[in-house]
Design a protein around this ligand. Structure first.
Ligand code: HEM
Length: 441
């Protein structure tokens, strides 16, 4: 075993690199990479974190089990929102059981039902826009993806009856996210979070009770969880099902809103490419035709554009784990108790993987180039390995539906042509307001 630790990037006394990590992790990682190459150490306060760059190191990161690189410690901040035994924050055995409960909800045969929800919600939004005007991209997409989540996860009925209240309570729950302060402090934000959690649990508990009393055929996530059993044949407790539904909304809605917002910004910044996307939509979706799952698969140019946004503007620019065990990598020894970070955003900008990586060029994903196929982890905006996002397909189809219907109806322009990133957001998104003006095509 070597005792050669990865080199440490200089930082401030006591704070180490914590401030830069919070402000601009991409710049921090670039500095470390330029100085030391693809494995180096930063200090988050007194806590050392090894930063891994590049798909080969990504493979190592994604191949480890939770017993070695553990999610639990890192996602502990979710416990006050979703409870002790929610998915991300639970131990490996609970996680395995919960993943098995969730998988059927993502089965291909469920997608057509979700697509119907996506189309209905997007059309409702578009119908409210009128002939021309402007909308704030991020808050509009947050609301739309929330309604789609409420409809697809909890059912159409729920969305109609309680959508607005659910969205408000869910926002209060989300505002309770806290990485630094003790999460049980009696401050208003945490009190609102706890009240919202109790109310949301009550709302979901009521639908569960209704469903159990009047079983019917529902196509949403909730029903899929209610139908599932643990490996010993027992039913998951209601408390776990409620946490899973709330956790799924968390995993799926702000992320999709961020990706879709950057995706539209980048398309509007590149009118030549956008023209091809619109032509493809017009060809595949003549006015009056209905979008279904098969049609979304024909929109390749749009898919490449969304992939290019995943590459250049990954919603999760880094992933983190706690080292439950020591490991050796690249000739270095990395001890138990440290953190390990995979620098996704920087890894997506390496010129040995992508040609001119700072240039927006969706055609790099086309059949002739397939630049992301050079290595299995070259594109990792949805993670990889055993924790790879379960909702990736859902999110891609959702964004395809939203963009097709929107671009089919309107000519769009960015009011500020160069939106910047929101430095306060948990996941990457443009700074608000990010106005988009629209008029009929
Ligand atoms: C653009 C949208 C999305 C992005 C960028 C995204 C990104 C990610 C990433 C990076 C991870 C891995 C986290 C880690 O390894 O620490 C993840 C996991 C996960 N995502 Fe997504 N996600 C998106 C949408 C969704 C949606 C719509 C759903 C649900 C419908 C969803 C459900 C999940 C679940 C359940 C996991 C945990 C998988 C596991 O640990 O086994 N995500 N997502």
């Amino acid at each position: 075993m070597s005792s050669n630790y990865p080199p440490v990037l200089p930082g401030l006394p006591l704070l180490g690199n914590a401030l830069e990590f919070r402000r601009d992790p991409q710049a921090l990682f670039q500095r470390g990479y330029d100085k030391y190459g693809p494995i180096f150490t930063i200090k988050l306060g007194r806590k050392p974190a090894v930063v891994l760059v590049g798909p080969e190191n990504g493979r190592f990161f994604f191949e480890q089990t939770d017993k070695s690189l553990s999610m639990r410690e890192v996602y502990k901040f979710l416990i006050p929102m979703f409870g002790e035994d929610i998915f991300f924050a639970s131990g490996p055995d609970t996680y395995r059981e919960q993943r098995n409960i969730m998988l059927p909800a993502f089965a291909g045969k469920k997608m057509p039902g979700y697509v119907r929800v996506m189309v209905r919600e997007t059309e409702n939004w578009l119908d409210s826009l009128g002939d021309q005007g402007r909308f704030d991209l991020v808050s509009t997409f947050e609301k739309l993806t929330m309604y789609i989540a409420a409809g697809a996860f909890l059912g159409e009925d729920f969305r109609q009856r309680l959508g607005d209240e659910f969205a408000l309570l869910y926002r209060q729950l989300g505002e309770g996210i806290e990485y630094l302060l003790p999460t049980n402090l009696p401050i208003p934000r945490f009190k609102r979070r706890d009240r919202a959690k109790a109310q949301l649990e009550k709302m979901i508990g009521k639908i569960i009770a209704e469903r159990l009393a009047n079983p019917g055929s529902y196509e949403d996530f909730l029903q899929s969880f209610l139908d599932a059993t643990y490996s010993d044949g027992s039913k998951p407790p209601e408390r776990v099902i409620t946490s899973l539904v709330l956790g799924m909304v968390f995993a799926g809605h702000e992320t999709t809103a961020g990706h879709a917002s950057w995706g539209l910004v980048q398309l509007l910044q590149h009118p030549d490419y956008l023209e091809g996307v619109i032509a493809e939509i017009d060809e595949n979706l003549p006015e009056g035709s209905e979008i279904d799952l098969d049609l979304t698969r024909n929109l390749e140019k749009l898919e490449w554009a969304l992939k290019e946004t995943e590459r250049m503007r990954p919603v999760a620019g880094l992933l983190m784990r706690y080292n439950a065990e020591d490991y050796e990598l690249g000739g270095y020894h990395v001890p138990q108790g440290w953190l390990t970070v995979y620098a996704i955003g920087l890894s997506h900008r390496l010129d040995e993987i992508y040609t001119l990586p700072d240039v927006y060029d969706p055609n790099r994903f086309g059949p002739e180039r397939q630049e992301h196929r050079a290595h299995p982890n070259s594109l990792a905006g949805f993670g990889g390995g055993r924790h790879k996002c379960l909702g990736m397909n859902f999110a891609y189809v959702e964004m395809t539906v939203i963009f097709s219907l929107l671009l089919q109806r309107y000519h769009l322009e960015l009011v500020d042509p160069m939106p910047t990133a929101d430095p306060t957001a948990n996941t990457s998104r443009p700074r608000r307001p990010c106005w988009v003006s629209y008029k009929p095509r």
